[in-house]
Design a protein around this ligand. Structure first.
Ligand SMILES: Nc1ccn([C@@H]2O[C@H](COP(=O)(O)OP(=O)(O)OP(=O)(O)O)[C@@H](O)[C@H]2O)c(=O)n1
Ligand SMILES: C[C@](O)(CO)[C@H](O)COP(=O)(O)O
Length: 226
C-alpha cells in the first residue's frame, strides 16, 4: 500500500536550547532532518514527501535537499504557530489515499513499522505507532500526587500516524471549526469518533526534544552500526 508522508519540520526547537532549528543539528555529520527524510526516500512504498518548514530554514533546506538528492520531496510548504497548524498546511497538499504524518524530529523510524502502519490505515482507517509505557505514570497537582494511572493500559505514542486522507483531513477541519488543539493527529480523529489502531513500534523511535536526546541518538546510531 503506497502512501504520502507529511513531515512537520517547522518548529523552533525551544526545548533543545540550540542556536538553530534542532532538525539542522548534525548526527554523525548529517543533519537530523536528512536522517529522517532518507528513511522515506529509501522506502519504495512512499510516493511523495510533503515537507513543512519555517521560512527561516528555507534556503538551508533547499541546499540539503539538493546535496542529499532527496527526490521524493514534491512540496515544501510553510508551517504554522503550532504543530497541528503545520500538519494541516501539509495535508492541504496531499492527494494519496493513505497519508502519514511523521515528526521531522524522529530520525530512527523503521521501514517495518511504517509498512505495518500503511496496511493498518488502509484496512482500519487509521493507525499510530506506540510503545508500552515503562515507567509508572502519576497525575500531579501543586507538587502532590493526585492519581496513579494504571500502567497496563498506557502506551507512549509516537509518529508516524497514518490515516485515510479523507479521515484525517475531516478531523483537522473539525478541529478548526471547534478551535480544538491536540498534540497529535489521532486525538483529532478520536474527537470525531474515529477508531485508531495501535501498531507496536520500538524504543529507538525517539523524538529529539531536549539536549539529552542527542546523546541517546548518538548511541542509537552506534548500536545500529552507523
Ligand atoms: N509549529 C510547529 C511546531 C513543531 N513542528 C514540528 O513538529 C515536530 C514535533 O514537534 P517538537 O518536537 O515539539 O518540535 P519543536 O516545536 O521545534 O520543539 P519545541 O516545542 O521544543 O520548540 C518537529 O519535527 C517540529 O519541527 C512544526 O512543524 N511546526
Ligand atoms: C506527535 C507526537 O510526537 C506524539 O508523541 C507528540 O505529541 C509531539 O509533541 P510535540 O510537543 O509537538 O513535540
Amino acid at each position: 500500500m503506497t502512501y504520502e508522508v507529511v513531515i512537520p519540520a517547522a518548529g523552533r526547537g525551544k526545548r533543545m536550547g540550540a542556536d538553530r532549528n534542532k532538525l539542522l543539528l548534525e548526527l554523525k555529520g548529517i543533519p537530523v532532518i536528512v536522517h529522517t527524510l532518507q528513511v522515506f526516500e529509501r522506502d519504495p512504498l512512499c510516493s511523495a514527501v510533503i515537507l513543512v518548514i519555517h521560512p527561516d530554514d528555507k534556503k538551508t533546506l533547499e541546499e540539503l535537499i539538493d546535496q542529499y538528492h532527496l527526490t521524493k520531496i514534491t512540496q515544501m510548504v510553510t508551517g504554522g504557530a503550532e504543530r497541528q497548524h503545520s500538519v494541516y498546511e501539509g495535508l492541504k497538499k496531499a492527494a494519496a489515499k493513505i497519508v502519514m504524518v511523521h515528526d521531522g524530529a524522529r530520525p530512527f523510524i523503521s521501514q517495518e513499522v511504517i509498512h505495518k502502519l500503511a496496511e493498518a490505515a488502509a484496512s482500519k482507517g487509521g493507525a499510530i505507532a506506540a510503545v508500552p509505557v515503562k515507567d509508572t505514570i502519576k497525575k500531579v497537582k501543586n507538587g502532590t500526587v493526585t492519581e496513579t494511572v494504571e500502567r497496563s493500559d498506557l502506551w507512549s505514542v509516537q509518529t508516524p500516524q497514518a490515516f485515510l486522507l479523507e479521515v484525517l483531513m475531516g478531523a483537522h477541519e473539525e478541529a478548526v471549526r471547534t478551535d480544538f488543539l491536540g498534540t497529535d493527529e489521532a486525538s483529532l480523529v478520536e474527537k470525531t469518533g474515529g477508531k485508531v489502531a495501535v501498531i507496536e513500534s520500538d524504543y529507538d523511535n525517539i523524538k529529539l526534544t531536549t539536549k539529552e536526546d542527542l546523546v541517546f541518538a548518538e548511541a542509537i546510531l552506534a548500536k545500529n552500526g552507523q
